[in-house]
Design a protein around this ligand. Structure first.
Ligand SMILES: Nc1ncnc2c1ncn2[C@@H]1O[C@H](COP(=O)(O)OP(=O)(O)OP(=O)(O)O)[C@@H](O)[C@H]1O
Length: 261
């Protein structure tokens, strides 16, 4: 069964159909990428799925539950987590504390219990710390745990953002341009990390402009143009699709659309 089902999703901004009747599904362990030229509607689609925008039309379901219009923090508790195109890292906090910030989302509502039971709070803090260190190891940043995040390289910051998104143990991870601004070596590290997360059973939904990366790691690609889904399929099929090639022609991504990975 699909973990995430997007069914007929649409939104209009002042008469412009930014996303129009888009449907697709993502299964556990699957890497699905959403691609399309600038302004195609990718980020808007992400914002609707992750509860930031309220869709004008259509439904989103997670693990069989309708989650259309569910707020982001609730979605995070239900197993849907995301990263942002612009890094949301606290530069003047340590790497470890940045990951711990991801855990605090789940701590809401328990503060009174904590006041009555400091021992339990300490135990939970220790557990979160241990979990955060485990996540840092997973993204290969364990040795940098005590460093200020602001001292990290750009590629390392991108991995830190992924570690924080993993704090709540998501079933599906939405990654908005995880390789943007990375050099080739950093992109490959992100690549490897995404493949490892998928191999561990996490469903991945990716928006990425690095077409070589998309072609390399995706099981399935959804192509948007002017808000509409114009194609979907495996990387080989999509990169040969005349409508996809036409959508990219004349844009800076034209070369990427033909990437054979
Ligand atoms: N909050 C908003 N208000 C009005 N128009 C918006 C808003 N957000 C996006 N749009 C418009 O919706 C369309 C889709 O934008 P979106 O940012 O989703 O595209 P994208 O595919 O993510 O582009 P890019 O690759 O450049 O990030 C664009 O025409 C954009 O100008």
């Amino acid at each position: 069964m699909s973990l995430l089902v997007v069914d007929g999703l649409g939104i209009t901004f002042g008469g412009l159909k930014a996303v129009d009747d888009v449907s697709f599904a993502v299964a556990p362990g699957e890497i699905v990428s959403v691609i399309g030229p600038n302004g195609a509607g990718k980020t808007t689609l992400f914002n609707m799925i992750s509860g930031i925008y309220r869709p004008g039309r259509g439904r989103v379901s997670l693990n069989g539950t309708d989650v259309t219009e569910t707020p982001p923090h609730k979605l995070a508790e239900m197993g849907l987590s995301r990263t942002f195109q612009n890094l949301q890292i606290f530069q003047d906090m340590t790497v470890l504390d940045n990951v711990l910030a991801g855990y605090h989302l789940t701590e809401r509502g328990s503060i009174w219990a904590d006041l009555l039971a400091l021992g339990s709070m300490r135990r939970r803090a220790d557990k979160a710390r241990e979990g955060a260190r485990g996540l840092l190891a997973r993204v290969r940043l364990d040795k940098a745990a005590e460093q200020m995040a602001g001292n990290l390289s750009y590629g390392a910051l991108k991995r830190l953002e992924i570690a924080r998104a993993l704090a709540l143990g998501p079933k599906i991870l939405l990654l908005d341009e995880p390789a943007a601004g990375c050099n080739a070596v950093e992109s490959e590290e992100i690549d490897r990390l995404i493949a490892e997360l998928a191999a561990a059973g996490i469903a991945i939904l990716l928006v990425e402009h690095d077409m070589k990366m998309v072609m390399r790691i995706s099981n399935h690609i959804v192509v948007l143009d002017h808000g509409e889904k114009i194609a979907e399929g495996d990387p080989a099929t999509v990169s040969r699709d005349p409508q996809v090639i036409a959508a990219y022609l004349g844009t800076e991504n034209a070369e990427g659309a033909h990437a054979d990975g």
